[in-house]
Design a protein around this ligand. Structure first.
Ligand code: ME8
Length: 521
């Protein structure tokens, strides 16, 4: 039985057909923020990501490059500036990384395929239809839009071959019920799309093997066939925990997944095909699939096959890892599409990080250092009615943040934190510490003003730490927050810093960027 205190979250496993781009980084950073938030709350988290390494596209790419498919994917996954390096650079805290070429996964997929075949959920037939090569998707005539691939709008070709099929149609009623009557799929706007476009027109059985290429998991009882895409790829979420293999032993502990984060173009696979496979296997369904929006570039989806991609390495190296992580989740509502631009990245860094948070931190820490010996506040402090609003706002922030995070509304959660930061900056102007500092009699009042600012920084820092882990650790160092003052529990409690806290001036965490100069380059 899954323990209530566990939290299992996944990203899609990405195709290593090319270097990953900012779109993949977006989903992985969102998953990382969620995983860190749940760990902060005390959950035993399993965060899985990985790569989906089989298929014709990769076989073709390897051929072009003059290497074997395995050499090709090894280089993109493990090579310099590859997938593993990118997640390390981005400070991604995944607990496990699965590659579909891992032996344990391949063997488990063979077992799953055979089981489904033996119980009659997979049967042999003939495939005739349309095939979109870049998407590796088969379509029926009726699913095409203007004769083109409904996912990417590109040309499709005729395809016919002997193939195995999964009896998806058998599960149509149960899937319809799952989508319409539970909150399995979110945002809810995606439910209508699935029901109207795919289920209502009639779910067709799904082609699950291919004979026209060989780079895949072989169907062990029928040589010549390889398992085609979805049974191989989707099973990763359970094989990575040890389902049908001995490489891991966590299936009972973590399954069902709490949430699969996926881009909206693969919601169909995760909300229709994946539950149907699990129903056929008699296994529990994931609790939720969340279909996030796309990052667009000039209004179009960034994609490897279109070549209009933004390199996360360049951005992270130029602007900082935490700034990039923050920008991605602060700017775009997770459920809908958003337009990426360097200008909005720089603006977010300047406005939120340099002006609001950076200034609050550096002003507060430097005032404490300037007005109090050794940067340490005295215990004697005097409150004032002027403090009430900021204290109540900070004390209740954690609840508002939590409500947003539980909806995967990262943007809303961050907006709540930045309301407090803006309020704290205003409080500096209202209390005018530089005036208080002129009169020795005001020292207890000045000390309390400083304390209040440090508390706002501490609470904000705890709640921002899933988004900007390194910067928040540095922030805690500067405001003198010890480990006990940076827990989830302490974020809900005003007054966790000791009254005689001592600050430590440090580097400027978020330097301002000269936007004119930067965009001119
Ligand atoms: O689909 N904006 O892999 P993939 C936002 N292997 N997110 C984006 C994005 C963009 N422009 N581009 C990509 C596959 N993504 C399969 C998945 S899962 C069992 C198998 C993100 O390399 C988004 O999360 O094409 C999307 O769903 C995923 O990368 C697709 O990555």
């Amino acid at each position: 039985m899954k323990d209530k205190n566990t939290f299992y979250i996944t990203t899609p496993i990405y195709y290593p057909s090319d270097k990953l781009h900012i779109g993949h980084t977006y989903c992985t950073v969102a998953t990382d923020a969620m995983a860190r938030y749940k760990r902060l709350q005390g959950y035993d988290v399993m965060f899985l990501t990985g790569t989906d390494e089989h298929g014709q596209k990769i076989e073709d790419k390897a051929k072009e490059a003059g290497v074997s498919p395995k050499e090709f994917v090894d280089n993109i996954v493990e090579g310099p500036r590859g997938v593993l390096d990118l997640w390390k650079l981005m400070n991604i805290s995944n607990d496990r990384f699965i590659r579909t070429t891992d032996g344990y996964h391949e063997q488990a997929v063979q077992k799953i395929f055979k089981k489904l075949y033996e119980q009659g959920d997979i049967y042999k037939g003939k495939y005739e239809g349309k095939y979109c090569k870049p998407c590796e998707s088969f379509w029926t005539e009726t699913q095409l839009v203007d004769g083109k691939c409904p996912d990417c709008g590109r040309e499709v070709v005729d395809a016919q071959e002997e193939a195995y099929f999964f009896r998806l149609s058998k599960y149509a009623d149960r899937i319809l019920d799952l989508l319409e009557n539970t909150d399995f799929l979110e945002p809810r706007s995606r439910v209508n799309e699935m029901v109207n476009n795919f289920i209502k027109p009639g779910l067709e059985d799904l082609c699950v093997s291919r004979t026209s290429f060989s780079w895949g998991v072989p169907v062990d009882f029928d040589p010549g066939h390889v398992v085609y895409v979805w049974i191989d790829a989707l099973s990763n979420y359970i094989t990575a925990l040890g389902f049908d293999n001995d490489a891991h032993q966590d299936y009972e502990k973590y399954w069902p997944a709490d949430v699969h984060f996926v881009g909206k173009e693969i919601v169909r696979f995760h909300s229709i095909i994946w539950p149907a496979i699990l129903m056929a296997l008699g296994e529990p369904l994931p609790k939720k699939v969340y279909g996030h929006g796309w990052l667009l570039l000039d209004g179009g989806k960034m994609s490897k096959s279109k070549g209009n991609v933004v390199d996360p390495y360049l951005l992270a190296e130029r602007y900082g890892v935490d700034a990039l992580r923050f920008f991605l989740l602060r700017t775009f509502p997770f459920g809908t599409d958003g337009n990426f631009s360097n200008e909005s990245l720089i603006n977010t860094i300047n406005v939120d990080l340099a002006n609001d948070l950076g200034n609050l931190l550096s002003r507060t820490v430097s005032m404490v250092g300037k007005y109090f010996e050794n940067g340490q506040l005295p215990e004697e402090q005097t409150g004032d009615a002027l403090d009430d609003e900021i204290v109540s706002m900070a004390s209740t922030l954690r609840d508002r943040y939590e409500q947003a995070m539980e909806r995967y509304a990262f943007q809303d959660a961050l907006a709540e934190v930045f309301k407090l930061i803006a309020r704290a900056n205003k409080y500096i102007d209202e209390t005018a510490p530089w005036v208080l500092a002129k009169d020795e009699a005001n020292r207890p009042r000045l000390a309390r003003v400083m304390y209040n600012l440090l508390e706002c920084l501490r609470i904000s820092g705890v709640l921002l730490s899933p988004f900007m882990p390194d910067s928040c650790t540095k922030l805690f160092g500067q405001i003198g927050a010890c480990a006990a003052c940076t827990t989830w529990e302490s974020a809900g409690k005003w007054g966790s810093l000791p009254a005689n806290v001592r600050v430590e001036r440090g580097e400027n965490l978020f330097p301002r960027i000269d936007i004119q100069k930067e965009l001119a380059e």
